[in-house]
Design a protein around this ligand. Structure first.
Ligand code: ADP
Ligand code: MG
Ligand code: MG
Length: 883
């Protein structure tokens, strides 16, 4: 990319050349950069120009002022288009009409509006009519323009125009828009102007340049519209300047039956099949296809209607695929038999199809393995693949309410709600809901995001609901015309079964079925494409991925998913179960050391068995076991009846036991007597756990297994704490090895989860053999947000933009990240090659994984289902890194 000239706000494109290219996404927005790129490689793109995202940023930060030079450059841009098209903007003989389109660096489908047919007024409409010899078309375009301009630019509700057309149709006694003749449309133009005048107090602007300026401003402003902000928040889109504005010569899909408009994918976005996939409408304009006003035709139909154009479209699709090395989502318009491409972008797709497309494209020789791993599959696609499916055996025919389009796979089970607010409220209360709408619009994104799944009764595979759901990997059945939805009654029916708000349904987004009641879901099977792809992933990955697992089942599953060890095995869960909890309670209430030892001795065999199973499941791989962490009172009953029952079970007086329980209660248990503080006050707990770990390991070694236990001391804040616990562990190890007359290698390290530990990491590293960032507690303590109470305000914080992300989901790189960086650096300065990992929830979150890679961590550890996600994120981090 050439250095962008200072003060250049406008980049032109058209007929074989362009100022910009696809690398300029940040400056031109995705749409603008791709229009430029397509022009350069010879695709039939109507000429136009793009105003930069920097200009949008200037407008936003300078109280709606344009940057210096923009106005003149815009005028030159219009002249550029005029030259190519041989028409003139505002001319009374050969008028040029324009579309004004938004487009940010990250695609936000349907988030901002487009104005079509700009440049029409009473004079140019006549010229257009003469020029095209089609008066009806000219006036139909004019009234659409007033409607769009009024709505998008001036914010007049679309219904006000709808009302005007409805009342005209009533008085004419006709039903369809197409039944209105030219005279009616002229009348309608006047009525629309009146609507405009009434709503704004102004006449409809007749000066084309004035129209253009206002439309550009409206696109700038749409960047900060409520729905755009919401979309960015839900999709974690941050750090962008604004939207680009694309001003482009109009081409017409609505001039007759040799015209059409449509959208298509170069491959099937649901299944990944290598076939053109999409929809089109004959004699239609703009967003008629997406809006679901008329039901569009399958793209295959185009083969019959306009075979040559179909071939051409197929070929351009192939060219774009190999040029971008990715499946494309294309918008096109056919004007009198001539094909124009209006947009291309990497198509959104399901996890299943992402994997199929990636492996197919490599096998077809279009891309190499590295490109496939780096670009064609997103970490969250893998998450989707692991999503449960509806067990079709559990579904009988009678319970199927309807079948719609299999718009986005996966099974969702929830209670029916009919609007987004209800969906959001229900989700906040922890309810699972299915959002049921006739169709969705960008206003619904909040509810769609909150719902488990989405069901619509209208719209195609490229309808709003379908596109958004696929992008999010959320199950969706779209266009289910078997059902009639009644918003007022809050119900829907197929004529036999009626479902009311709050009733349970299940939807199967892979089959398109809507099923009555709460259905069984089953785990998916991973196919060969997946396996092939993951072997490529591992070729490019150099950071390890471990799992957090406390039992054999999770460990085995995670290993199947590719985990390379356990990064966090919590031991407290092992104390539940009748016998065990009795033993730990006896330990807790013991008054003497001897009693405590006795009680712990009873726990030892249980722990040892657990460790043996886990170690066996992870044979040949490292396992990090964390010593007891939670405050002891978590093992004690709370209410009076339970206290009495437990006291009886333990054979002590209820009053005495109640007293003990009370004495253990803490004001701030999270900051109380827990973690290594327990081990220091009751070293016999550490002894017992160490013995269980090491006896298990030695015995397994003797059975021929290969075990490397790593013992992790929790909640360390000072080097002395660590040292004191390490001494207990080492002494116990000696005694175990003496008893068994055998030894095994083991390591002792610590969680870094208290900010102070990060600050004194250098000193801790003198004795510690590894660090593992416990980023859940570290986040909690760095922010001072209680994890259990943060729900009360985090929602508001995110809404208000006080926080960009929930720091418990996405690692706070700015703050907590500094501690991670510092502790790693100080630790390794003290001990070169110190092994460092992360075991908080963040270990499976792609952004956080990238950060861990950049910090040079040896591994991330996450829940079993996130392991494939982390593997891909780690590979992509390596491929994108300059480290
Ligand atoms: P979105 O980002 O919502 O897809 P677009 O800017 O792509 O918005 O515009 C929406 C639709 O408007 C396009 O798919 C196309 O049908 C129509 N459109 C945009 N520009 C033109 C044009 N120059 N000529 C004809 N139709 C256009
Ligand atoms: Mg749009
Ligand atoms: Mg578009």
């Amino acid at each position: 990319m050439e250095k962008v000239k200072q003060g250049k706000h406008v980049f032109t494109f058209g007929v074989g050349s362009a100022d910009g290219d696809k690398s300029m996404k940040q400056l031109l927005g995705g749409k603008g950069a791709n229009l430029a790129e397509m022009s350069s490689i010879g695709l039939p793109v109507p000429a136009g120009f793009t105003i930069t995202t920097e200009a949008c940023d200037y407008y936003t930060t300078n109280r709606s002022e344009w940057p210096k030079g923009l106005k003149e450059q815009m005028k030159n841009g219009v002249h550029f288009i005029e030259e190519i098209m041989g028409t003139i903007f505002g001319d009374s003989e050969h008028p040029l009409l324009l579309s004004v389109r938004s487009g940010a660096a990250v695609s936000m489908p349907g988030m901002m509006d487009t104005v079509l047919n700009l440049g029409l007024n009473d004079k140019t409409v006549e010229a257009l009519a003469n020029h095209t010899n089609n008066e009806r078309f000219a006036y139909d375009s004019y009234r659409r323009f007033i409607d769009m301009f009024g709505n998008v630019v001036m914010g007049i509700p679309h219904e006000e125009f709808e009302n005007a057309i409805e009342s005209l149709k009533d008085s004419k006694g006709v039903e369809l828009d197409t039944e209105l003749d030219t005279k009616d449309l002229k009348e309608l133009v006047n009525r629309y102007k009146a609507v405009y005048r009434k709503a704004t107090g102004y006449m409809f602007p007749s000066d084309p340049f004035e129209q253009l300026e206002w439309a550009i401003n409206a696109v700038f402003e749409s960047w900060n519209s409520e729905r755009a902000i919401k979309y960015r928040r839900i999709n974690h889109i941050t750090g962008l300047l604004g939207t680009g504005v694309n001003v482009q010569a109009m081409v017409y899909g609505n001039m007759g039956d040799d015209c059409a408009t449509g959208v298509c994918f170069t491959r099937n976005p649901s299944t990944g099949e290598n076939e053109l996939y999409g929809e089109f409408l004959v004699n239609a304009q703009g967003e008629d296809v997406v809006a679901g006003i008329r039901t569009p035709n399958d793209i295959n139909e185009l083969k019959n209607v306009m075979p040559e154009v179909y071939e051409e479209l197929l070929n351009w699709g192939k060219k774009l695929e190999s040029h971008y090395g990715n499946m494309q989502d294309i918008e096109f318009t056919i004007q009198k038999g001539t094909l124009y491409i209006l947009q291309t972008r990497n198509g959104k797709r399901t996890g299943h199809s992402a994997i199929k497309i990636a492996t197919d494209m490599v096998h077809e020789g279009l891309i190499d393995e590295k490109h496939a791993v780096k670009n064609l599959v997103e970490p969250n696609h893998l998450d989707q693949l692991l999503h449960p499916q509806i067990d079709s055996d559990s579904v009988d025919e009678k319970s199927i309410i309807g079948v719609g389009l299999a718009a986005s796979p996966g099974a969702a089970v929830g209670k029916v709600v009919f609007n987004s607010e209800t969906a959001e409220e229900a989700a906040e209360n922890g309810d699972s809901v299915i959002l049921v709408r006739i169709e969705t619009s960008p206003e619904d994104v909040g509810g769609m995001s909150a719902a488990e799944g989405i069901l619509t009764s209208r719209g195609g595979m490229t309808s709003h609901a379908a596109v958004v759901a696929r992008g999010w990997g959320k199950p969706c059945v779209a266009g289910c015309s078997d059902i009639i939805i009644d918003y007022e009654d809050k119900s829907f029916t197929n004529g036999k079964i009626t479902v009311h708000e709050g009733d349970w349904i299940s939807i199967d987004g892979a089959r398109g079925t809507v099923i009555e009641g709460k259905k069984e879901v089953i785990e998916p099977e991973l196919d060969d494409n997946y396996k092939t792809f993951m072997t490529w992933v591992d070729q490019f990955r150099d950071m390890n991925v471990r799992t957090n697992a406390d039992n054999k089942e999770d460990a085995t599953r995670a290993r199947d998913f590719g985990a390379e060890g356990i990064g966090l095995c919590r031991t407290e869960h092992m104390f539940f179960g009748e016998e065990r909890i009795r033993a730990i309670r006896r330990m807790i209430i013991s008054d003497s050391f001897e009693e405590r030892k006795d009680a712990l001795a009873a726990l030892l065999p249980y722990q040892k068995d657990d460790f043996k199973e886990i170690f066996k499941a992870m044979d040949n791989l490292p396992v990090t076991v964390r010593l007891l962490d939670p405050p002891l009172h978590e093992f004690l009953p709370e209410d009076k009846n339970d206290i009495e029952a437990v006291a009886k079970d333990l054979g002590i007086k209820a009053s005495e036991f109640a007293h003990k329980v009370r004495s253990l209660r803490e004001f701030n248990p999270m900051l109380g007597h827990r973690g290594c503080r327990l081990g220091i006050t009751y070293p016999e707990i550490t002894e017992m756990q160490t013995r269980a770990i090491l006896e298990a390991a030695v015995e397994l070694k003797q059975e021929g297994h290969n075990v490397t236990p790593e013992i992790m001391i929790p909640l360390v804040g000072t080097p002395q704490e660590f040292r004191s616990q390490k001494l207990v562990i080492d002494n116990t190890a000696k005694s175990v090895f003496d008893d068994l007359e055998d030894t095994i290698e083991y390591r002792v390290g610590t969680m870094i989860e208290i900010p102070r530990a990060a600050l004194v990491a250098g000193q801790i590293a003198k004795d510690a053999e590894f660090f593992s960032f416990g980023t859940n507690d570290l986040t909690q303590m760095t922010f001072g947000y209680s994890r259990d109470d943060a729900g009360k305000f985090l929602g508001e914080y995110l809404k208000e933009g006080i926080l960009q992300e929930d720091p418990f989901q996405v690692l706070d790189i700015e703050g907590v990240g500094q501690l991670v960086e510092m502790a790693t650096r100080k630790g390794r300065e003290q001990k070169a090659g110190l092994k460092v990992g992360i075991c908080g929830e963040h270990g499976g979150e792609p952004h956080s994984v990238t950060f861990c890679y950049q910090q040079g961590l040896n591994y991330v550890s996450c829940s079993p289902f996130r392991v494939p996600v982390a593997r891909l994120a780690a590979a992509q981090a390596a491929l994108n890194s300059t480290r």
